[in-house]
Design a protein around this ligand. Sequence first.
Ligand code: NAD
Length: 301
Amino acid sequence: MATVAFIGLGQMGQPMALNLLKGGEQLRIYDRNPNAMQALTEQGAFSCDSPAEAAEGAEFVITMLPNGDLVKEVLLGEQGVCSKLDSKALLIDMSTIHPLQSDQLREQLAQLGFSYMDAPVGRTSDHAVAGTLLILGGGDATQLERARPLLMKMGSELIEAGGPGMGIRVKLINNYMSIALNALSAEAATLCEGLGLSFDVALEVMQGTPAGKGHFTTTWPNKVLKGDLSPAFMIDLAHKDLGIAMDVANQLHVTMPMGAAARELFSQARAAGRGKQDWTAILEQVRAASGLTSKESTKTN
Ligand code: NAD
């Protein structure tokens, strides 16, 4: 049984902390909203008046807070965790914060002699309740092994993200994709409605295509990721199809800002001489525009 300080007991933190309690850990809790602590106190957690008090005697400190400024304040501010923390303790930030701020915090804490790792979570508050979160473990191998028994009481899967700061990086990439895709999906569904097409039919079709399955595992592996840009489906044709979709949307008064941005990107790819390349070459277009060196092979035709 370990003594764990848990700070930030909201939608996610409260059920996560409860699972630690159920798993036999000793909990010292703090939230700036006293009501957030009540349910856990009733289950045997020790409620504290400050992050500093929660940190007293703790072997682990878990933070689950809305943003990086709050994590910094809770750890390093007045009455913060570090004013009372044993230097042998492990700090685990499970919040979703800016990766560069997480790096800065890790370095600042290391200078003060504290060990800090990032371990943000995937999935939702329902999974937090069920103890089936996806945990994205940053940190070095020693930190990960030390944290693993605790993390596995809150989640069902622990991904070793590749070192300090990599958990929060993979979380960012994952959220970027799923949030942007959410907006693109909304455009597709609205266009579907505008066209009088059954959403169920569209869903059935897209479940088996890159539209529903994504490109990382369908079109990319055998083409752009192998440096093969010979066309299975040409940029020129993709540009034409996007143009038709935009024109239809325009006539139906459906707004498609994501689609418009994508069409511009394909226009840039054509202007850069990629019209006859495979549509997965859009990756190389974005890489080139970002100043990254080309990975392209000579197999463009
Ligand atoms: P929330 O707003 O429900 O909970 C945050 C808690 O932190 C609140 O109880 C608040 O009172 C407390 N808090 C804020 N400032 C504090 C301070 N200075 N000291 C002590 N307590 C303080 O948020 P949430 O949904 O639980 O999310 C927490 C983190 O988890 C966020 O970084 C979020 O992006 C991430 N996340 C959320 C979900 C989700 O589905 N809700 C999923 C994955 C990751």
